[in-house]
Design a binder for this molecule. Structure first.
Ligand SMILES: NC(=O)c1ccc[n+]([C@@H]2O[C@H](COP(=O)([O-])OP(=O)(O)OC[C@H]3O[C@@H](n4cnc5c(N)ncnc54)[C@H](OP(=O)(O)O)[C@@H]3O)[C@@H](O)[C@H]2O)c1
Length: 305
């Protein structure tokens, strides 16, 4: 098969479109013919992209968010048959979806039905699962609570904004550019703060929950923004516990896990037009390196013929 691979650790310059062995599904795995693969620009910096249990696993195939068609199920797989239209998230320490085929544990896959376009499904998987895990499992967000989302118009941020509003919270979002204000309000933000390129503080405080969905260093004002006893969730790195103690807040980090029930719920919401998915640029798989170099806003998706 053809795939985008990196033989050495590094950035997009390491990515080569080349022939690679077609994977064979294990007993609990599914072989998927990929139709769309979304990328997260930061994934080339994650340790799991390059190692599994500390062991180098190059050459690696990036991109973990896929939509496609089941080609074959392993011996123990009952829930899928060849031809099912599916989507899901590949664990980060396995070869990913920037390829004509991938294998993935069946537990990481859900049927999506024909009404959900492949590109939309692939673009939604990681940000939606991450947003739900942050709001439900980490924050236990309740109706009426006040939440601040830094980067509320980004890939994860736009799902945080939509889901937090749907859960009945009062949502404040920060965005970098004034041009993002209208869209962020239409996603459900009650208040939008424009920060420009400064890391400096909008002077805000008293939030029950604060989520940093930007991906740069977490500025100190984020630790001061929750109320005493409130919760700061950082998506990009483990937070600074000294600063958390200084401001009397709980600060946590997590790595998103795949849940089939949430994937099914996501597919239903997309099919019913109940959620907006910020798919950005599309590139054919063969131009995958350019996709990683492009750094546009919104989710970049590789398409596979
Ligand atoms: N822990 C996990 O399991 C997990 C899962 C998924 C993602 N993540 C992490 O979450 C982070 C966000 O990912 P993403 O895919 O959502 O990235 P993204 O689409 O690039 O979103 C980042 C957003 O932050 C905005 N932004 C940048 N600087 C800002 C500032 N100073 N103030 C306000 N907004 C600012 C960006 O605006 P512009 O468009 O103007 O640049 C963009 O909208 C990344 O670090 C990623 O690695 C973690």
């Amino acid at each position: 098969m053809m795939a985008l691979r990196a033989h050495q650790r590094g950035g997009p310059e390491q990515l080569i479109y080349e022939e690679a062995p077609k994977p064979v599904p294990g007993p609990d795995e599914v072989l998927i013919a990929v139709r769309a693969a979304a990328i997260t620009l930061a994934e080339l910096t994650w340790p799991e992209t390059w190692t599994a249990e500390g062991v180098d696993r190059t050459p690696v195939i990036p991109s973990h968010e896929f939509a496609g068609v089941v080609a074959e199920g392993g011996a123990n797989v009952q829930e899928f048959v060849a031809g099912d239209s599916v989507f899901g998230l590949v664990p980060f320490d396995r070869d990913g979806a920037a390829a004509e085929f991938l294998t993935v544990p069946a537990a990481c896959v859900a049927k999506k039905g024909p009404l959900v376009p492949d590109v939309t499904a692939a673009a939604a998987v990681l940000p939606a699962l991450t947003a739900w895990e942050a709001l439900i499992d980490q924050a236990d967000l309740r109706p009426g609570q006040r939440i601040l989302i830094r980067g509320g118009a980004g890939a994860v941020g736009s799902f945080l904004t939509q889901f937090a509003k749907a859960m009945g919270a009062e949502v404040t979002a920060t965005v970098r550019s004034a041009s993002a204000v209208g869209r962020t309000k239409s996603l459900g933000a009650d208040h939008v703060i424009t920060t420009g390129h400064s890391l400096d503080i909008p002077r805000v405080s008293g939030f029950d929950v604060v989520v940093d969905a930007v991906g740069a260093d977490v500025p100190e004002w984020m630790y001061a923004a929750p109320r005493p006893g409130g919760h700061l969730i950082v998506l990009q790195e483990p937070p600074n516990q000294e600063l958390a103690a200084k401001y009397g807040v709980t600060a946590t980090f997590f790595i998103v896990r795949t849940r089939r029930d949430r994937l099914q719920q996501l597919a239903a919401r997309i099919a019913n037009d109940e959620v907006e998915v910020a798919a950005g640029l599309m590139f054919p798989l063969a131009s995958g390196r350019a996709a990683y170099e492009a750094k546009p806003s919104g989710k970049t998706v590789l398409t596979v013929e």
